[in-house]
Design a protein around this ligand. Structure first.
Ligand code: SF4
Ligand code: SF4
Length: 200
């Protein structure tokens, strides 16, 4: 003889008939996750300053970067590997851009036909030394530092020049009248080595 259903099971069956099942009709209908669902982290290209703090703290190396240095256009490509990520949120917690450069999203749909496509990227402009061409940092990172330290940035010409450049207050015309024995280099964004030699 078949066992009789328990009272709890009968209650659940009646409830399911009246309000419908708990489960969604995926894949027929798209799943709506809970607002607090911890899904895939997403970069925000406008907010990220390319500092690499998130890459440093990621416990599974799901974040990486590639620097492409070119005389015409230099950029840092920030990469997030969605197949490696464990959604721990450490990147968001460590993000210096008010935790907005990378943020956990509600995105749960992570299936791919080809695993090599399981990544997302953003690009950040890189500031090169205007004398030797060596990489300094991402342009937005320099602006971020200048903004953070406020008037103290006036002790570092590369920082305040980055800030003035971002505000559109200086351009290449500033250095044109100073083209004499390398003194024009003083009003350029320089790496530490070139700053030292132009100062000396
Ligand atoms: S959520 Fe965790 S695992 Fe995923 S990228 Fe951020 S730090 Fe790495
Ligand atoms: S600003 Fe935030 S998201 Fe961008 S590189 Fe730094 S820590 Fe990562």
């Amino acid at each position: 003889m078949l066992p009789l259903p328990k009272l709890r099971e009968i209650k659940e069956a009646i409830k399911a008939l009246l309000v419908g099942p708990y489960t969604s009709k995926f894949p027929k209908e798209g799943h709506q996750p809970h607002p607090n669902f911890r899904g895939q982290p997403k970069f925000n290209e406008q907010k990220c300053v390319g500092c690499l703090a998130c890459e440093e703290v990621c416990p599974v190396k799901a974040i990486a970067h590639e620097d492409k240095i070119d005389s015409k256009e230099s950029k840092r490509v920030m990469i997030h590997y969605t197949d490696t990520c464990i959604f721990c949120g450490q990147c968001e917690a460590a993000c210096i851009a008010d935790h907005l450069g990378i943020k956990l999203s509600n995105d749960w749909e992570l299936s791919f036909f080809e695993r090599k496509n399981a990544y997302e990227t953003i690009e950040k402009e890189i500031q090169l030394c205007e004398v030797c061409g060596k990489m300094l940092a991402c342009t937005d990172h320099l602006k971020w530092i200048a903004q953070k330290i406020g008037e103290l940035s006036y002790s570092n010409p590369s920082l305040y020049l980055s800030r003035l450049k971002a505000l559109g207050l200086i351009d290449d015309n500033l250095v044109a009248p100073l083209k004499d024995q390398g003194r024009s280099d003083r009003t350029k964004i320089l790496c530490a080595k070139c700053r030292r030699s132009t100062t000396l």
